[in-house]
Write a new protein. Structure first.
Length: 278
């Protein structure tokens, strides 16, 4: 008998993606298995908050790095209480969508209900951006991936967000403390934080966020638009397996439980088979 799978996240000042995120995971795993923490009583709730387990919590103002650690710790502790009711717990940011390769002709729910020899799974990270010339502003009522063609293969978004046992996620869910990772060949983690340039720059210019240590992060992340504009992309299917091998085999000893950085130009065109999924 298949067991349910839980989805957990927390957001602040990022309601842009919330309803799409709720719909995506709700249709796959059931809305009653989604747990969303809204960081601050001042925050607006998503329109679909009534469908899920949605909790407003007291906001604690802190610098970006400390806030990332706090969020990971809080969700790790919450997730531990969900076992053994659930087969797995998926923990992620509100702009992250885990996709299964459509070539498998299998649902993500069915796939994750298999028996794995690993305690966690990572999807290959794809950091999706907008071509500043050829792609228009995002229409939230249409499929995201029908409107975007490019992504950077990313070690930072190759995250171990699927856990089959109680664990402790590190800052930003980029690693599991004291545990190795496994990049599943059929899973892809699409990061949509920079999918719309206008929305992204509205955050980049937010003085409250910049005062909490986000400015240098935003400057670094905004380079994606120049990469998409200036680099020649490679078909994603040509690089996916190479990236998995690189992320796994070129790790530094001091960062053994995180994928190795990818220094080569890593711009890809997203295979069209993913267009209908989100």
């Amino acid at each position: 008998m298949k067991k349910p799978i839980a989805i957990v996240s927390m957001y602040r000042d990022d309601i842009f993606f919330a309803d799409k995120w709720i719909s995506y995971y709700g249709k796959i795993f059931g809305y009653e298995h989604i747990y969303l923490f809204v960081d601050g009583t001042d925050q607006k709730l998503p329109k679909k908050a009534f469908k899920i387990n949605c909790f407003k919590i007291q906001h604690l103002s802190m610098r970006r790095s400390k806030a990332d650690r706090y969020r990971a710790k809080k969700i790790s502790e919450f997730a531990k209480n969900l076992y053994p009711r659930y087969k797995a717990v998926l923990a992620m940011d509100i702009d992250e969508f885990l996709l299964i390769d459509p070539n498998l002709n299998q649902s993500l729910f069915d796939y994750l209900n298999q028996e794995f020899k690993y305690s966690s799974l990572s999807g290959l990270g794809l950091d999706v951006g907008q071509h500043p010339i050829t792609e228009k502003q995002l229409d939230l009522n249409k499929k995201f991936l029908s409107q975007r063609s490019y992504a950077l293969l990313s070690d930072r978004y190759t995250k171990p967000i699927v856990s089959f046992k109680p664990i402790n996620w590190g800052s930003g869910f980029h690693r599991i403390k004291g545990e190795n990772f496994f990049i599943d060949p059929n899973l892809y983690l699409f990061h949509f934080g920079l999918i719309d340039k206008e929305y992204a720059f509205s955050k980049f210019n937010n003085s409250k966020l910049n005062n909490r240590g986000w400015k240098s992060h935003f400057i670094r992340r905004s380079n994606i638009y120049n990469s998409i504009k200036n680099y020649i992309p490679v078909d994603g299917d040509e690089l996916f397996e190479k990236a998995r091998i690189h992320f796994t085999k070129n790790r530094k000893l001091f960062a053994w439980n995180k994928p190795a950085p990818m220094k080569a130009k890593n711009l890809i065109t997203i295979p069209k088979r993913f267009q209908a999924l989100v």
